[in-house]
Design a binder for this molecule. Structure first.
Ligand code: TTP
Ligand code: MG
Length: 340
């Protein structure tokens, strides 16, 4: 028996949940976001695969989605419905002979001892479908990184295996931001250093990269590109690392006294969430999305771990002071990060 890591990720999760109660919409481009009115401000939570063909994706303003795909059906977000589906999915996974680590509301790692991981993956898909009528894709790897990346190649409703043996054949020529943990900023920085592909990053001397991007980050990036990562799946309950609240304004806020008031209000709300979770925050981050749509963040460390509402609110307001540009604002967010 061999230890395998399987990564399960639901296909077009919230669109798929919506389709269960609106089967007549199956096959049409669906966009879920905001309250479902694409003339209002808000962002796309998810687009069905049909809508993605038109270039609609998560995080995009609803109005842009409506421009790209005028015939899409727009639906409002119904968080509780998706959370209920998520609970059923995770419950189904826990009934399997595997260690289950929940990674998000539509994805989980499974640690499995088996000689036939594909058969195990098919069994997962069969059970999830029986319990929820929803499809998932399953990635198989020798570690979490390989499994997580494999899932994307299995979509939709498929199974894909990615191991050390196939790593470079599958990913070597791809840009570095396909790697889990490398975003567009890091990829850009790397390509500025002449490192564009996964293979190039994998062949970079970790010490040389450490000198350029930092002693921890440099070697870690090289390791990622080589497909190396932990294979330990941990079943201890999922603990959120942060809590956040945000508001999209239907009209831009131009008065920065109001911006400050809104940040204070969000700071208080987040602080109340922190209190409710009986946790302590160590860091507060403010997100400002200026009109038309550029997003910036600044953070503030708290003097000590705290659940004090005043302290968290004040940290949010202090973080706002780091924003030098006082342009019109379309969205504000405040995130409290918990202690270890
Ligand atoms: P994903 O698994 O990234 O996306 P997906 O399930 O819609 O599609 P895929 O088949 O490619 O996995 O995210 C899961 C759900 O999380 C998604 O349905 C909606 C939600 N979500 C947001 O609300 N906002 C976001 O920015 C993203 C990325 C996801
Ligand atoms: Mg998904």
């Amino acid at each position: 028996m061999t230890h395998w890591v399987l990564h399960v990720d639901m296909d077009q999760f919230i669109a798929a949940v919506e389709l269960l109660r609106r089967p007549e919409l199956r096959g049409l481009p669906i966009v879920v976001g905001g309250d479902g009115d694409p003339t209002k401000r808000g962002v796309v939570s998810t687009a069905s695969y049909e809508a993605r063909e038109f270039g609609v994706h998560s995080g995009m303003p609803l109005r842009t989605a409506a421009k790209r795909c005028p015939d899409a059906v727009f639906l409002g977000v119904d968080r509780e419905l998706y959370e209920a589906a998520s609970v059923t999915i995770m419950g189904t996974l826990r009934e399997l002979d595997a260690v289950v680590e929940v990674l998000g509301w539509d994805e989980a790692f499974l640690g499995v001892e088996t000689d036939d991981p594909e058969a195990f993956a098919r069994e997962i898909q069969r059970r999830v479908r029986a319990a929820t009528d929803l499809d998932c894709s399953v990635g198989i790897g020798e570690n979490k990184l390989q499994a997580k990346l494999a899932t994307g190649f299995g979509k939709p409703a498929g199974v894909f295996r990615l191991t050390y043996a196939s790593w470079f054949a599958v990913l070597g020529a791809r840009p570095t931001d396909v790697l889990w943990g490398i975003g567009s900023k890091t990829a850009k920085r790397l390509s500025g250093l002449g490192i564009s592909s996964v293979l190039e990053l994998a062949q970079t001397d970790p010490r040389a990269l450490a000198a350029l991007v930092g002693p921890t980050t440099g070697p870690w990036l090289v390791q990622l590109a080589q497909g190396r990562a932990s294979s330990t799946v941990d079943s201890s309950p999922y603990v959120a690392r942060s809590r956040s609240r945000e508001t999209t304004f239907q009209q831009n806020l131009e008065d920065w006294d109001r911006v400050r008031d809104e940040v204070a209000l969000l700071g208080r709300r987040v602080a109340q969430d922190v209190v409710q979770e009986q946790r302590r925050a160590v860091h507060v981050v403010v997100k400002v999305r200026y009109a038309p749509f550029d997003t910036h963040t600044h953070g503030r460390a708290l003097a000590a771990p705290t659940s004090d509402v005043e302290a968290i609110e004040q940290a949010a307001v202090a973080a706002l002071d780091a924003f030098n540009e006082r342009r019109p604002v379309r969205l504000l967010g405040v995130r409290a990060e918990f202690e270890g």
